[in-house]
Write a protein that binds this ligand. Structure first.
Ligand code: SF4
Length: 869
């Protein structure tokens, strides 16, 4: 039997350990790694289903120049010569790299070294800019270094956990499971601060649905409350923290409970309850995520949280810290090597002595001396022609950047675009002059750092397919062709890791906490066998901070006036993730099970707003902002605040005719971090009328583009499901059906058309359309793709047993739907999540759906119990 390879999950910043056992050339069995400190064997739905994503569907397997396949030599030669020519003619700032938190630390290190030490520009920025750069700026302002002062272990030692701007149950599911386990074990209190009522709130003691953008007022009010209730740690402040003149005068003026409750639009009694709980609980962890970071005042929001922890001395102690949790698997590793345009390397900035130090270490011929262009400014520079050659590595800015339509136009106009990626056709890759096939998860070899500073190995267990190569190798080869071969003569990731470790230790007399000197001479075998480790111990346990005077800083933060909603733009758009999808779905979109949770992009809207706009569940609607517009299905939700809507970030032109959220947000950024404010864009919603709607199921995964107003595509077992809607004659969609024996049923009175194509007793495709009636559930029809002896009866869309519609899939591991759960709760009088698990299996594998099960129980017990009588 093949041995399991210990590696790390491809997705979020929780950084779960995985034991991967190859079962074939491109197949693998996935288990959680019980020995990994992040997850102790648990995996969420995305991690659990990673095995479904390692096939070669859609892979970029060969270097391409335009649409022509070429060899590495020609492709690398072209990239190196075009970058060299551009630099020679227009200077080093005329080129840029846009990289990604998906890269290994070693990949990042080599790319950063090339740009900042040899090309001589700092125009390398990462998609982590969109994710947590406000946390970086906040840490630097308060602590003097970008150090996360908490670990996951603190969650198990805290008596109170406050989640701010974080749908942890969906976005960091294993952290959420650790929180719930801590609650069960020691009664830890949980408070959620979020404008939306998400599934994270289901397991909480308190939810404060504050008005978006009022976090600074909330935290300043909390600090004023702590001052009034003598919760300030005066000794810690005296010995270890500096406050600028006027700091306390500002906090103690106008931050009373009534005023803050009015600003935040929450009940004063609820606010006082939260403040009292916080003030009375020394062991408190405040965990924050994109709701704090993705704001044009994100850095102040971060510092308002840190201020409270510094002032109450709740830092550097077990179970007490502010805790930024990152989105991407290696956002932290990128921060460590200087993958952001605003940092140099190894947690050093662009101070002249740092530039000189790194220059000496690299023996660099052309050190960058000042920060480069951050992501939004970088694409503006592409747009206005200042940047003439751009290399995008492992990311999809044509979808993920704010005002993505403008980014796409900039890419189209850029004289030279290189994309290295694992996927052949991304929305960004369509604009590339050269595409380079990179190694994917399961093939990569390197390290990643998760949200709590744990460094883990990602180990390969699959052969590199086609001509794909690791990112570090691609960068090294370009550097060599540009004339810097000796400085990039790395023979593998261990070699790069050693150099990175040496740089963290170089002339570091304790001024920088990031110090990996113990790894500076690590052997290749020891690198291969490296167990997860966390650097930095318990930061600030001795009260010393990496500032020139060793003291932390309280940073004055002021609540900014909120932008009023207007007649033209009466709603505010918030954006974020779905539980079972990741970024632009290039990987999760390959996993049929993951698609079942949400098959289409939805716009969530409060019932009052929906009524005013004449919208019902499942209508089509166009969301419009000053930047652009795109369509979504409507989901009417009490979880939204009135006046606010929410859309997911995942859908692209590759899979949908609409739902491209990236088109909508403004490219406005936080002044300190440059992070865009994705969470509040003025918007409006308009109903879209269509004459018919339906679905198409096709065998296989070769994509097609349905000729209609609305379509979305998801992988299903054995095939592909398209949801469609449009006007005119839907019969034109029949051209997408394969050849074969045809069965057909038409009901003119209801405007329904059902067509099935059967070949050799197997279903090849179906098209179901209705003008006014209901459509059947898709599950049974999808299951027929893998059945034998299918006949014309398939048009009834159900088997002989007349199985009921499962409803929306809640548990993707066991394929359990909402209708099944509601029926079981009603008929079997199930009263808790464990009972549902026992009856249906739901929630007993990865556990990602447990908050949803709790939500179902919380929302419907009276009605259900009543129905059972
Ligand atoms: Fe992967 Fe889920 Fe763990 Fe995140 S929480 S690292 S997505 S298994």
């Amino acid at each position: 039997m093949t041995q399991a390879i210990r590696t790390t999950c491809a997705y979020c910043g929780v950084g779960c350990g995985i034991a991967a056992t190859p079962t074939g050339a491109r197949s693998v069995e996935i288990r959680g790694d019980e020995a990994h400190p992040a997850n102790g064997g648990r995996l969420c739905s995305k991690g659990t289903h990673l095995g479904e994503t390692v096939g070669l569907t859609g892979r970029l397997l060969h270097p391409m120049i335009g649409t022509r396949r070429t060899g590495w030599d020609e492709a690398l030669g072209l990239v190196a010569s075009r970058f060299r020519e551009t630099i020679d003619r227009h200077g080093p700032d005329s080129v840029a790299f846009y990289v990604s938190g998906q890269l290994m630390t070693e990949d990042y290190y080599v790319a950063n070294k090339l740009m900042k030490g040899f090309i001589g520009s700092a125009n390398i920025d990462t998609n982590s800019r969109l994710c947590m750069s406000s946390a970086v700026a906040g840490h630097n302002r308060a602590f003097g270094e970008d150090v996360v002062p908490a670990t996951y272990g603190d969650l198990e030692e805290a008596d109170l956990i406050v989640l701010v701007g974080s749908n942890t149950a969906w976005c960091h599911p294993i952290v959420y499971q650790r929180i719930q386990a801590a609650r069960a074990a020691r009664g830890t209190k949980l408070v959620v601060i979020d404008p939306r009522r998400t599934e994270t709130c289901e397991g909480a003691d308190m939810h404060l649905a504050i008005k978006p953008g009022t976090d600074v007022a909330l935290m300043n009010g909390l600090l004023a409350w702590c001052h009034a209730t003598c919760t300030i740690d005066r000794t810690f402040l005296r010995d270890h923290v500096s406050a600028p003149d006027g700091f306390w005068d500002h906090i103690l003026t106008g931050h009373d409970v009534r005023t803050i409750a009015a600003v935040c639009d929450v009940a004063p009694a609820l606010l006082e309850q939260f403040y009292t709980l916080f003030a009375g609980t020394p062991r408190t962890v405040t965990m924050f995520s994109q709701g704090i970071n993705q704001s044009i005042r994100g850095t102040d929001q971060v510092n308002a949280i840190i201020n409270v922890h510094l002032a109450t001395g709740r830092i550097g102690k077990p179970g007490a810290a502010p805790f930024s949790i990152t989105g991407q698997p290696n956002a932290m590793g990128g921060r460590e090597v200087g993958g952001l345009a605003s940092t140099l390397a190894a947690h050093m900035d662009f101070a002249p002595d740092n530039v000189a130090r790194v220059g000496r270490f690299w023996a660099a011929p052309a050190m960058a001396t000042e920060p480069g262009l951050k992501a939004v400014d970088m694409f503006r520079a592409v747009e206005d022609g200042r940047i003439k050659a751009l290399w995008v590595m492992a990311t999809n800015p044509a979808v993920s950047m704010p005002d993505a339509g403008a980014v796409r136009a900039a890419l189209a106009a850029c004289p030279f675009v290189v994309v290295s990626d694992i996927i052949a056709d991304t929305d960004t890759g369509l604009h590339a002059h050269v595409r380079l096939p990179a190694a994917g998860w399961g093939e990569k070899d390197g390290t990643v750092t998760n949200s709590d500073r744990t460094v883990s190995r990602q180990r390969p267990f699959l052969a590199l397919p086609g001509e794909a190569m690791p990112d570090w190798w691609i960068v090294k080869e370009i550097a060599a062709r540009m004339g810097w071969g000796p400085a990039f003569a790395f023979d593998g990731p261990a070699d790069i890791w050693r150099e990175h470790a040496r740089l963290t230790a170089y002339q570091n007399d304790g001024a920088r906490l990031l110090d990996l000197r113990a790894h500076a001479a690590i052997g290749n075998e020891a690198y291969d066998a490296m167990a997860p480790f966390s650097w930095g111990g318990t930061p600030f346990a001795d009260g010393r901070f990496p500032t020139p005077d060793g003291r932390a800083r309280l940073v004055p933060t002021h609540q900014m006036a909120l932008e009023p909603q207007t007649r033209d733009w009466p709603l505010t758009l918030n954006t974020g993730r779905y539980r079972d999808q990741w970024h632009t779905m290039t990987r999760t979109g390959l996993a049929p099970k993951l698609a079942r949770h949400r098959e289409e992009p939805l716009v969530d809207i409060h019932p009052r707003d929906a009524e005013a706009l004449n919208l019902s569940d499942r209508d089509l609607a166009r969301v419009r902002t000053p930047q652009g517009d795109t369509m979504f299905r409507v989901s009417v939700s009490e979880g939204q605040r009135v006046g606010e809507i929410f859309t997911p970030i995942h859908w692209t032109d590759q899979v949908s005719s609409g739902g491209r959220t990236g088109l909508l947000p403004r490219p406005l950024v936080d002044p300190h971090s440059g992070q865009p404010g994705f969470k509040s864009t003025p918007a409006r919603v308009e109903k879209v009328e269509t004459e018919w709607r339906g679905f198409l199921i096709l065998r296989g995964q070769e994509p097609v583009r349905p000729p209609c107003l609305w379509s979305t595509r998801v992988a299903v077992p054995g095939g592909t499901l398209y949801e469609v809607a449009g006007n005119g004659d839907p019969a034109r969609l029949e051209a997408l059906l394969p050849q074969g024996e045809r069965a057909e049923a038409v009901d003119a009175s209801r405007g329904t058309r059902r067509v099935a194509i059967i070949r050799d007793g197997r279903l090849s495709g179906v098209l179901f359309v209705t003008r006014s009636g209901q459509l059947p559930a898709r599950d049974w029809l999808i299951a027929q793709l893998e059945a034998e002896g299918v006949g014309g009866a398939v048009l009834a869309a159900r088997g002989p047993g007349n199985q009921p519609d499962k409803g929306a899939i809640i548990c993707v591991c066991f394929d359990v739907g909402l209708n099944q759960i509601v029926a079981a709760v009603r008929d079997q009088r199930l009263v808790d999540v464990a009972a549902i698990g026992k009856a249906l299996g739901a929630g007993t594998n990865c556990g990602s759906c447990r908050p949803a099960l709790a939500n179902i129980l919380a929302q419907t017990p009276q009605e259900i119990l009543h129905a059972a009588e």
